[in-house]
Design a protein around this ligand. Structure first.
Ligand code: HEM
Length: 181
């Protein structure tokens, strides 16, 4: 792993600082917008919500895919070490911040637009809790892979990919169709 290459430690730290600076800027703008409460606020926060949700879902789908290849890589080899860097970076730089923004902005939309009322909303929140549990399971698995302690086969990881797919379909049906009132 060469210093300055896409997988080096210093590049990882730079990417993380950039991500956190962007989050800080977004939070500042959100606080200012909330203070002045203009008409466009709801629509633009929904835009932010969907962007965060897409980024989070990319990670929830891609990380188990990386685990499929990683599970078959020779322990201690160079490909395995590269997978560790890719996995850790995906969790820390993309998935954790995206999950936090999805939750915070989603809860704000639910309060401001619906006063937390609606069966569809609570089914959606339950499905998002499921996605969050899956996220925690994946990030712990990434740590286990880094320590060389993965105990699942490539086939099992391939099957694990179905979990976020089903939960995402439930979430999208609830928020777009809004069944059950
Ligand atoms: C607990 C976390 C979440 C809460 C409380 C929440 C809540 C909400 C609320 C209240 C809206 C606005 C609905 C409207 O204006 O009609 C919304 C929009 C949306 N949410 Fe979430 N959400 C959360 C997480 C997610 C996740 C994880 C996904 C995707 C997997 C998602 C996908 C969407 C989409 C696609 C929209 C736009 C729907 C539309 O405008 O028709 N949300 N969310």
């Amino acid at each position: 792993m060469t210093e300055g290459s896409a997988t080096s430690l210093s590049e990882g730290r730079k990417a993380r600082s950039k991500a956190y600076a962007s989050i800080a800027a977004v939070v500042l703008m959100a606080v200012a917008a909330w203070w002045f409460d203009p008409d466009w606020l709801y629509g633009w926060l929904k835009v932010l919500h969907v962007v965060a949700v897409i980024s989070w879902m990319v990670g929830l789908f891609y990380l188990p895919r990386l685990f499929v290849y990683h599970a078959d890589a020779v322990a201690g080899g160079e490909p395995a070490a590269t997978f560790v860097v890719m996995e850790q970076r995906l969790v820390k730089v993309i998935m954790n911040p995206a999950m936090m923004v999805s939750w915070v902005v989603g809860l704000w939309l639910a309060w401001s637009g619906f006063g937390f009322l609606g069966i569809w909303l609570w089914i959606k929140i339950a499905a998002v809790v499921g996605l969050t549990v899956f996220h925690i399971f994946l990030s712990r698995s990434a740590r286990r892979f880094a320590a060389g302690e993965n105990s699942m086969t490539a086939r099992q990881w391939r099957m694990a990919n179905e979990i976020p797919t089903v939960l995402m379909i439930v979430v999208v049906i609830m928020v777009i169709i809004k069944p059950f009132g």
